[in-house]
Design a protein around this ligand. Structure first.
Ligand code: 5GP
Ligand code: ZN
Length: 134
């Protein structure tokens, strides 16, 4: 019983302390080791402007912890994943695009068009966009 609890605690601690991936660009941006125009940061997520914007507002919101994609997310990541949406809401307000509306996209894997393998949410707005389903 005690042993199972200690194993659980150790696994939670490892989850929290899990080091950044040294080869990951977005981990470096979160750590302040690579340059980016950061617009929001808290203990769970960081948001910065996309280097190749496709609309007047194009911001990437990432969990601070390295998660490769939605496929690798775990139950313990639930708060960070929820925080992506709450950060999007705050940033949309700050960018003054909340009333016009915006699009949130999470590309996953090669078929989803993911090119950077640190899970991220695109916040895109500032113009009316064509519906992606045609
Ligand atoms: P994905 O295609 O993986 O969904 O999105 C990756 C995004 O990262 C792309 O929109 C791309 O423009 C952006 N990106 C790639 N390299 C950099 C960079 O060095 N800095 C920033 N801020 N964005 C980047
Ligand atoms: Zn990373």
């Amino acid at each position: 019983m005690v042993r199972a609890y200690l194993i659980h605690l150790a696994s939670r601690l490892f989850h929290i302390l899990k080091p950044m991936n040294p080869t990951c660009l977005f981990c470096k941006i979160v750590a302040g080791e690579a340059k980016a125009s950061i617009v929001y940061q808290d203990d769970l997520v960081t948001a910065f402007r996309d280097i190749h914007p496709v609309a007047p507002t194009h911001i990437l919101i990432v969990p601070n912890r390295h998660i490769e994609s939605v496929n690798q997310a775990e139950a313990a990541d639930a708060s960070a994943l929820g925080s992506l949406f709450l950060a999007a809401q705050k940033i949309a307000l700050a960018e003054n695009i909340h009333q016009g509306g915006y699009r949130l996209i999470v590309n996953t894997g090669p078929h989803g068009g993911q090119t950077i393998f640190h899970l991220h949410m695109h916040l895109i707005g500032g113009q009316r966009m064509k519906h992606p389903m045609g």
